[in-house]
Design a protein around this ligand. Structure first.
Ligand code: 7TS
Length: 413
C-alpha cells in the first residue's frame, strides 16, 4: 500500500483554502486533481520541445512525435491491449463513444436491430445510441437494475438474448451508484449472440486494474482527466480488425494517405482516426499520469478505495434520515457514494459543505433516466481517489451531520 500523506504532497491544489478551510476534494468522479509531475510535463513540453508532430524533420518535431507516440504504447500496456495501433486519442470518453456510434454504428446497425444498454448509463453512453437508433431505425433495450443498484442478470440474459441484439454498450463502473458491473460476463453473453460490445470505462480505468483481453470487449472508452491527467485527452481502444474496417470519423490533415481534388485514401491505424493537430501537450502529460498510477500500483489504488469506501459506508449508517444508493458491499463498488437526506435537498447540501471547504457533487450526474427510476431529482455524491484520507471522511461526516441538523430542522418548521 502507498503512503497517502506522501501522495498528497504531489498535489499542490490540496493545500489551498476554500472558504477559509483546507480543501477536502470529494468530486473525483467528475475529474481528479493533478500531481505536480503532470503539471510540469505540460509546461516542459511548451518550454522545451513544442512543435507539431508527424510532420517536421526538425529536432523539436521529432522529440514531440516520439513523446506523443510513446504514450500510446504506455496506454496499450496499461489496459492490456496487444496492439499499440488499436489505441486512438480522442478528446474524452464522450467523443470516443461518438466515434464508434458514427463510424461503426452507421455502417453496421440496420433497421430493426437492437442496441442494449443498462438503466444506469451516463448520458454519454446513452444519447449517441439514441441518435444512432433514430438514424438507423434501430431499437434501444435496457438491462434493469436490482433494488441495490446492480445489474439484474436475469434481465441482462433476457434482453441480450434477443436475436436482434447487435450491440451491447455498458459502463464498467457507474458514476452515479458506484456499482462495478460484471462486464466480462456481459461481454460473454453478448458474444454468444454475435453482438459487438463497447465498455464505457470512464470510471473504471482510473480506479481498477483493467485488461481489455480479460473483459474480451470490442471497444473501450475512457478519459485521462479522471485519472490524474489533463482535460482534453480521451482514448478509444478497439479491436484492430474492427477499427480497420471502419471508415474515418473526421476528415482532414494527418488522417490521409494521399489526396486528389475529388478523393482521398486514408492513413493507417491509428492515425486514420486522428484528424488535425491533436492535443500534444496533454497527451504527453497523460503518459506521466500513467507512470504515476503504475508507480502506486493499480491493485493498491483499488485497495485504498475499498478501505475508504468501507470506512465511509460504515459511518454513513450512523447518520439519521439518510438513504445510500448502490450496492451495500464496498467490494461491489468503486469509491463513489451517492446519498440523500430525507429533509435536505442535495443542492443545499452541496452548498453547505462548500462553506466548510468540502467539494462534493449534487444533481443528476448526467444520469437522468436513472434518477427517474430512483424517483429522485438528484443525489449528493462523494467520490474518492488516491489522495483522500479517513480524516477527510470524518470531516465529511461531521459536516453532513451538522447540515442535516440545521436544514432538516428548517424543513420541519
Ligand atoms: N461515462 C461515465 C461513466 C462517466 O462517469 C462520465 C463522466 C462520462 C462517461 C463522460 O466522460 P467525459 O470525460 O467525456 O466527460 N462523468 C462525470 C461525472 O460523474 N461528473 O462529471 C462527469
Amino acid at each position: 500500500m502507498f503512503d497517502t500523506k506522501k501522495v498528497r504532497e504531489d498535489f499542490p491544489i490540496l493545500s489551498r483554502k476554500v472558504n477559509g478551510q483546507t480543501l477536502v476534494y470529494l468530486d473525483n468522479a467528475a475529474t481528479s486533481q493533478k500531481p505536480i509531475q503532470v503539471i510540469d510535463a505540460i509546461s516542459q513540453y511548451y518550454k522545451e520541445y513544442n512543435a507539431n508532430i508527424h510532420r517536421g524533420l526538425h529536432t523539436l518535431s521529432e522529440e514531440a512525435t516520439i513523446a506523443y507516440e510513446d504514450v500510446r504504447e504506455k496506454i496499450a500496456k496499461f489496459i492490456g491491449a496487444r496492439e499499440t495501433n488499436s489505441v486512438i486519442f480522442t478528446r474524452n470518453t464522450t467523443e470516443a463513444i461518438n466515434l464508434v456510434a458514427h463510424s461503426w454504428g452507421r455502417h453496421n446497425i440496420l433497421p430493426g436491430d437492437q442496441i442494449v444498454l443498462s438503466a444506469m448509463e451516463h448520458h454519454s453512453n446513452l444519447v449517441p445510441w439514441q441518435m444512432l437508433a433514430k438514424d438507423r431505425q434501430a431499437n434501444l433495450a435496457f438491462i434493469e437494475l436490482t433494488a441495490d443498484g446492480q445489474l439484474d442478470m436475469e434481465s441482462a440474459k433476457k434482453v441480450i438474448g434477443s436475436p436482434r441484439t447487435k450491440l451491447v454498450c455498458i459502463n464498467h463502473m457507474s458514476n452515479a451508484l458506484g456499482t462495478i458491473n460484471p462486464v466480462a460476463e456481459i461481454a460473454k453473453l453478448a458474444r454468444s449472440q454475435g453482438a459487438t460490445v463497447l465498455i464505457d470505462a470512464a470510471q473504471s480505468v482510473p480506479h481498477l486494474p483493467t485488461s481489455v483481453q480479460e473483459i474480451d470487449c470490442d471497444f473501450l472508452a475512457f478519459s485521462f482527466h479522471k485519472m490524474l491527467g489533463p482535460t482534453g485527452v480521451g482514448v478509444l481502444w478497439g479491436k484492430p480488425e474492427l477499427l480497420e474496417a471502419m471508415p474515418p470519423f473526421l476528415g482532414g490533415g494527418d488522417m490521409i494517405s494521399a489526396v486528389w481534388r475529388d478523393r482521398a485514401t486514408y492513413n493507417e491505424l491509428p492515425w486514420k482516426f486522428e484528424a488535425g493537430t491533436p492535443n500534444i501537450a496533454d497527451v504527453i502529460a497523460s503518459g506521466v499520469a500513467i507512470d504515476y498510477l503504475q508507480n502506486l500500483g493499480m491493485e493498491n489504488v483499488r485497495a485504498h478505495e475499498i478501505e475508504l469506501t468501507e470506512y465511509a459506508l460504515k459511518k454513513f449508517t450512523t447518520l439519521n434520515d439518510v438513504v445510500i444508493y448502490g450496492p451495500p458491499n464496498a467490494k461491489d463498488r468503486g469509491g463513489v457514494i451517492s446519498f440523500n437526506f430525507a429533509q435536505v435537498h442535495p443542492h443545499d447540501l452541496g452548498q453547505i459543505l462548500n462553506e466548510s471547504g468540502i467539494a462534493i457533487r449534487a444533481g443528476h450526474h448526467c444520469c437522468q433516466p436513472l434518477m427517474r427510476d430512483l424517483n429522485v431529482s438528484g443525489t449528493a455524491r462523494a467520490s474518492f481517489y488516491i489522495y483522500n484520507t479517513k480524516e477527510e471522511v470524518d470531516l465529511l461526516m461531521a459536516a453532513l451531520e451538522e447540515a442535516n441538523k440545521v436544514m432538516g430542522h428548517v424543513a420541519f418548521r
